[in-house]
Write a protein that binds this ligand. Structure first.
Ligand SMILES: [Zn+2]
Ligand SMILES: [Zn+2]
Ligand SMILES: [Zn+2]
Ligand SMILES: [Zn+2]
Ligand SMILES: [Zn+2]
Ligand SMILES: [Zn+2]
Ligand SMILES: [Zn+2]
Length: 431
């Protein structure tokens, strides 16, 4: 007994959509796709080959697999009923490009575009669509290229300290690094990186900030100066980095009273000690200059010659005024701490100065005597004792500017002879 063949046999097929760009997402889309395929499908002979491919141009190809070619009516026709038994889809691309998806294709997208985020789907962008701006590694799709503040599409990320590669700017609002073509900055960051020297017409970069501050105004002046124009006030001796000053504040020193100069030194030292906080070893090294150095600072800066006792009184007076100040802020506390630590060295310097003074006076008297013996009475009247350093055996004297030439003599002959006669090195106090 044979079963009669059904009047309208169903032709079972599988669709191979692995090379097709627009994978149907719903039944309607599936039916619509089949409607496009059917006119081509009915023209093929399933027995000639169980798998055929139908070209859909830019959208790719769809494969039709006849699952049971032998039972299919021959030829297929408009009345043939098909049943789609299965669909082969391209493997799901987990990171698919959002731009490609909008154009109906699915492409692996290694980069993120935050602008493309939708709900819980992370925005992605493929190699082809990714846009990278100079100065950063962040990608975006062509629609989400960051904008400059002016509204124009940005050209590069700013690498400066304010933007730190997080803000992008257009060509008009960027300035290139003078030596590195791959780096650019916004105007603010450029000025921060390459500040202009405060001197008129100087084209140097003001890498140095003026460190002028006082105990009552601890914020430093901050004016930017280039290396060439920066003045170092060598208050910590010749071998330690002095206080950097702008031209204005350097000029002002000359007319600042000794109390004011000591205030500036103390404020600068407080700031240095603060900068070293946390590094206890180096913090201990931040100290006020000894009064033997301060004495020379006062001579060199404003030609004021004070003895050690007078300089000590400047410090103790300042200490007293600070102690009376209430409330006591962190600056005052730090200053008082420095002053207390300074006290023993002041006593040492006073004691040594007195001893040296006695020895130095002896050398000085012989110097004056020698000047008189050689008939240089004007010099003998004008020369002043300043200091004597017993270890290096240097006698410092003050000679008025207009007499210094005759004190030194042609090619240094006179001062050389005086050294021989007195038996110590003789130096003119600078200033
Ligand atoms: Zn793409
Ligand atoms: Zn995007
Ligand atoms: Zn910037
Ligand atoms: Zn900026
Ligand atoms: Zn702009
Ligand atoms: Zn300069
Ligand atoms: Zn300044």
């Amino acid at each position: 007994m044979t079963l009669p063949a059904p009047a309208h046999p169903v032709v079972p097929v599988t669709l191979d959509l692995r090379d097709f760009q627009r994978v149907p997402r719903s039944t309607d889309e599936c039916v619509a796709l089949w409607d496009r395929l059917e006119p081509a499908v009915v023209t093929v002979d399933p027995l000639a080959g169980p798998r055929v491919r139908i070209d859909l141009g830019d959208e790719g190809e769809v494969g039709i697999w006849f699952l049971d070619p032998a039972t299919a009516p021959r030829p297929l026709g408009a009345g043939t009923r098909f049943a789609i038994r299965g669909v082969l889809e391209p493997p799901e691309v987990r990171h698919a490009c959002t731009s490609c998806r909008a154009a109906g294709t699915t492409t692996y997208a290694p980069y993120r575009c935050a602008g493309c985020d939708e709900d819980r789907r992370t925005g992605r962008v493929c190699e082809a669509h990714a846009v990278f701006l100079d100065g950063g590694l962040r990608a975006s799709c062509p629609h989400h290229v960051p904008e400059c503040r002016c509204g124009t599409k940005a050209a590069a990320w700013c690498s400066g300290v304010r933007c730190r590669g997080r803000r992008a700017w257009c060509r008009t609002h960027l300035r290139g690094h003078p030596a590195d073509a791959t780096v650019s900055y916004c105007a603010d960051c450029y000025d921060e990186r390459f500040p202009v020297c405060e001197r008129d017409g100087c084209r140097g970069t003001g890498y140095i900030r003026c460190e002028h501050r006082t105990l009552s105004a601890m914020k430093a002046c901050g004016r930017r100066v280039c290396v060439e124009h920066a003045q170092r006030w060598q208050v910590y001796g010749p071998y330690s980095r002095g206080v950097a000053l702008c031209s204005l504040h350097h000029q002002e020193l000359r007319s600042t009273p000794p109390e004011g100069l000591i205030d500036i030194v103390l404020a600068g030292t407080v700031a240095r000690a603060k900068g070293h906080r946390g590094q206890s070893a180096s913090r201990r090294r931040v100290q006020l200059p000894r009064i033997s150095i301060v004495r020379h600072i006062l001579i060199n800066t404003r030609r004021t010659v004070l003895d050690m006792e007078a300089i000590d009184r400047l410090f103790t007076g300042l200490e007293q005024r600070l102690r009376d100040r209430t409330p006591r802020d962190a600056t005052v506390s730090a200053a008082l701490e420095l002053l207390a630590g300074h006290r023993p060295s002041r006593q040492e310097d006073i004691k040594r100065f007195r001893e040296q003074h006695i020895e130095g006076r002896g050398h000085f008297d012989r110097l004056v005597q020698e000047l008189r013996l050689t008939g240089r009475h004007q010099l003998a009247d004008a020369v002043e004792f300043s200091d004597f350093r017993p270890r290096s055996r240097i006698l410092f004297v003050k000679v008025p500017q207009q007499l210094q030439g005759s004190f030194i003599g042609t090619g240094g002959a006179t001062i050389k002879r005086l050294r021989q006669r007195v038996g110590v090195e003789i130096k003119l106090e600078r200033g």
